[in-house]
Design a protein around this ligand. Structure first.
Ligand code: SF4
Length: 351
């Protein structure tokens, strides 16, 4: 491992999906004697280091590739290109005990707490079967182990023989958290883990995540479309747009000095109770289809500052200031002289 505090590293990680061809396309390909099926790039090259004990928030609209990224980290999906390192070792090449350590060490909590739990299994088996199979607990010790975990996540152990449908949404998500914890992970990938919950329950579950992080020294890869939710829990935030990270910084910097126009728009979009705020500012347009990504900067069709250069040249993720860690952004405005930037901003205000 290059640095002892890095637990996960992503190096130019990409993921393509082959598009399902319809009948006409299949016939056309047959007549032409072959040809490659069209593919969609869900993740288009992500480089990221995650520190042990860190909570990194991954934010973006639906379809930006953040869930695909989470699934690749847990090994559910292999990357099409690039590599993912866990404690310095390429997960694609792990075998034997090292593979087992990775598989137990990186767990996932899913968005829908109902469909992610087997409706035919009792809670004691949902939580206790994994650690028993992997030899973390004996058959005789399973019941006490599960009871202890249920207490840790705020569930009454007396309910351990119940089925998932006998619990509320918030309780089911706590079962999902206990199931992940049961395997003694170092990293938990939370994929929209509170999105399906009521706002009051969201706060309780977020507090639980923080409490467990302290107790078990966990690292979270916290995926959400909601920048507000992420801000409560994350040390650092990475903003994704159409398969790429477009800005990354520690959470305070993102909120106080967002650099990328997309991040600025996401912050403007956050609901506010301020009485002087008269209107809601949604981002113009929709996320483009990954099947037909825009040329140059993928955000240019929606960006109020788009210039000719933005339509032809993709901006690279570059450091914009030396803060704790790094503040990097992918925007051509950062290459411009300050006066030019102010002119661009004034043009935007007058339109
Ligand atoms: Fe907007 Fe251009 Fe920056 Fe992209 S590169 S965010 S289009 S100003």
């Amino acid at each position: 491992m290059s640095r002892p505090d890095i637990i996960l590293s992503l190096r130019d990680v990409r993921r393509d999906y082959a598009q399902r061809a319809d009948m006409v396309e299949r016939m056309g390909r047959l007549l032409k004697g072959g040809g490659k099926p069209k593919s969609v790039q869900a993740v288009a090259g992500v480089d990221l280091d995650v520190m042990a004990g860190e909570v990194i928030g991954i934010v973006g609209e639906s379809g930006c590739g953040k869930s695909t990224l989470g699934r690749m980290l847990t090994g559910i999906l292999p990357p099409s290109f690039g590599k993912i390192l866990y404690k310095g070792q390429n997960i694609g090449q792990l075998t034997g005990e090292a593979r087992r350590e990775y598989e137990l060490g990186v767990q996932m909590i899913f968005q829908d707490p109902f469909s992610s739990l087997n409706p035919r299994m009792r809670v004691i088996d949902i939580i206790g079967e994994g650690p028993m199979v992997h030899g973390l607990v004996s058959r005789a010790g399973k019941e006490a182990y599960v009871a202890g975990l249920m207490q840790k996540v705020g569930l009454d152990p007396a309910y351990r023989f119940r089925y998932p449908h006998q619990f509320s949404g918030g309780q089911r998500q706590r079962i999902g958290i206990a199931r992940a914890l049961a395997l003694k992970p170092a990293v938990i990938v939370c994929d929209e883990a509170v999105a399906a919950l009521d706002v009051s329950i969201q706060a309780q579950v977020l507090n639980l995540f923080m409490q467990l992080r302290r107790e078990f020294a966990l690292t979270y890869f916290f995926i959400s479309h909601n920048l507000g939710v992420v801000s409560h829990i994350s040390d650092r935030v990475a903003i994704m747009y159409l398969g790429r990270i477009v800005e990354i910084a520690d959470t305070d910097t993102i909120f106080q000095r967002a650099n990328h126009p997309y991040t600025q728009a996401l912050i403007k979009e956050l609901p506010s109770l301020r009485t002087d705020r008269r209107r809601f500012d949604p981002i113009k347009g929709e996320l483009p289809s990954p099947l037909h990504p825009p040329s140059g900067c993928a955000f240019h069709p929606r960006c109020p500052y788009a210039m000719d250069r933005c339509r032809v040249e993709r901006p690279l993720l570059k450091a914009v200031e030396a803060v704790q860690g790094l503040h990097a952004s992918a925007c051509h405005l950062n290459d411009m002289h300050l006066n030019d930037k102010q002119n661009a901003a004034q043009t935007q205000e007058t339109t």
